[in-house]
Design a protein around this ligand. Structure first.
Ligand SMILES: NC(=O)c1ccc[n+]([C@@H]2O[C@H](COP(=O)([O-])OP(=O)(O)OC[C@H]3O[C@@H](n4cnc5c(N)ncnc54)[C@H](O)[C@@H]3O)[C@@H](O)[C@H]2O)c1
Length: 462
């Protein structure tokens, strides 16, 4: 076993060669930021299509600034992508890992991360640095990843190589700015040398500086807590929104007034929570706490409330048709938005899938419109995905706004009447429509508390 002790100076120096494993939303952003700061970067991804795009100066994530940076760096010979780990790791002394960590049956699924780190460990050289960036359950670096690397590489962490955990905090559409400008970076090391390296590596990349965490456990908890804070507060907003609906009062009016007080930060109520972060991270805490016999009750309840929202709203809309002579299975539902968030092409864990599942219980024809997602193998074969609004709206009986895509904000009663050739009930699950454009129209806005009469025969009348 090689156990050459290196001086600290060596460990906190690094050449300009970095590999980034996983060229998805997070990895391609990190690669772009490093390229913008003069590093040479090799991108590594298992998907040939992702690698081919990157080598043409493009990215499937459509994140602003990333493709442009790849294109410039390709011309300068400072960037290329590969599916070959040996190629990526031989030329890099800093090895960033940005692969996905999700949940399977509500348990953390670390399989991709451990596989990627195991491969990396085979190519680890004395003096290299590993930087792990996905959100991971507390203790994963210390108990799982570092021992795994040490075993495979026969090197010792914080002596022969640096191990850094840096949770990424970026958001779609502003990821480069989030990294470089908007928030401090959270850094941690498996020991003091690794932390010193992290500070030296990251400080020049960000205007807001770095926050040095005392341990990788603390940094792992920090990112998990951010997500749980959002999930719990959204669940609270959803509870208050449902209360308002039942009492015929307007959540949005009340929220705006309440939030004029500096200690009130009531979140938005809506159709549910999606994406690869907020609905996932609570399970990290729930599982780690469960190992010590603790139940984080509020975190668990928040998950249940947020997961129930698509079903709650679909039931409410379907109930409007309970007395109709036309069977629900002969209705057409147009769902606007497959992405989990507005103006992004990301559909992971989108509540729209739950809305589809809930409506499918009644058997209507379902069309999904999304301007950014043009194909999707995860949709049931009976569901039609289209990017043409006219196709989605034609003959629709129900229109549901599921995603806050900007283009939906301008919808009006006249537009919907024109393309549907009917007067479908419109349910705005994201509260983005302008009620002034729907005067005298059967529009329901989540949380608004408007009473819409039951559908009897013919078009619904206000
Ligand atoms: N998406 C977000 O908004 C966000 C924000 C902050 C942090 N995160 C964290 O970052 C993680 C990654 O998120 P993402 O949005 O970049 O995911 P992503 O799915 O967009 O990208 C992951 C990439 O890794 C590649 N990959 C998978 N297995 C691989 C392997 N064995 N070797 C090499 N490449 C492999 C995939 O092909 C894909 O291109 C998440 O799990 C989350 O913890 C995400």
């Amino acid at each position: 076993m090689m156990k050459n002790k290196l001086p600290v100076k060596h460990l906190i120096q690094h050449d300009r060669g970095v590999s980034v494993c996983g060229l998805g939303f997070v990895g391609s952003t990190i690669a772009a930021v490093l390229l913008r700061h003069g590093y040479s970067v090799v991108g590594l991804d298992v998907k040939d299509s992702v690698v081919k795009l990157a080598n043409r100066g493009k990215t499937h994530t459509l994140e602003p600034g990333v493709a442009e940076t790849f294109e410039t760096a390709l011309r300068q010979g400072r960037f290329h992508a590969t599916t070959n780990p040996a190629q990526a790791y031989a030329s890099s002394s800093v090895k960033v890992v940005a692969v996905p960590v999700g949940v399977k049956q509500n348990k953390p699924d670390l399989s991709i991360l451990t596989a990627s780190v195991s491969t990396l460990a085979k190519y680890l050289k004395l003096g290299d640095s590993i930087v792990v960036s996905p959100t991971i359950p507390v203790g994963t670096s210390r108990k799982l990843l570092v021992p795994l690397v040490e075993e495979i590489s026969s090197l010792t962490a914080d002596r022969d190589f640096n191990y850094v955990y840096n949770p990424e905090r970026i958001s779609y559409g502003q990821a480069i700015a989030d990294f470089e400008e908007n928030y401090p970076l959270i850094i941690s090391g498996i020991g003091q040398r690794s932390l010193k390296f992290a500070e030296k590596f990251y400080s020049p990349l960000t205007r807001k500086g770095v926050i040095r965490m005392s341990s990788t456990d603390a940094a792992e908890a920090e990112k998990t807590f951010e997500g749980i804070y959002r999930d719990v507060n959204i669940a609270l907003a959803n509870e208050l929104g449902s209360f308002c609906e039942n009492h015929g009062i307007d959540f949005w009016e009340i929220r705006s007034a309440a939030n004029s007080q500096p200690y009130s930060h009531i979140h938005k109520t809506g159709l549910g929570v999606g994406g690869f972060c907020i609905p996932v991270y609570p399970y990290f805490l729930i599982n780690v706490a469960g190992e010590s016999g603790i139940k984080p009750k509020m975190t668990m309840l928040a998950r249940r409330i947020n997961d129930s929202m698509p079903g709650y709203h679909v039931q409410n809309v379907a109930r409007l048709f309970a007395n109709s002579s036309v069977a629900f299975k002969d209705r057409k539902v147009a769902l606007l938005g497959l992405a989990f968030r507005g103006d992004v092409p990301d559909k992971r864990l989108s509540p729209t899938y739950d809305v589809i599942r809930e409506f499918s219980k009644f058997g209507p024809t379902i069309f999904v419109h999304d301007p950014l997602i043009l194909s999707d193998r995860d949709l049931p074969s009976s569901v039609v995905l289209t990017s043409k609004m006219s196709e989605a709206l034609e003959n629709a009986d129900i229109v549901m706004v599921c995603t806050d895509h900007s283009i939906y904000r301008t919808l009006s009663a006249n537009y919907i009447r024109k393309y549907s050739k009917k007067e479908p009930v419109v349910f705005d699950g994201r509260a983005i429509l302008d009620p002034k454009k729907f005067i005298g129209y059967p529009l329901i806005i989540a949380g608004k508390g408007d009473k819409v009469p039951m559908y009897l025969e013919g078009p619904l009348k206000p």
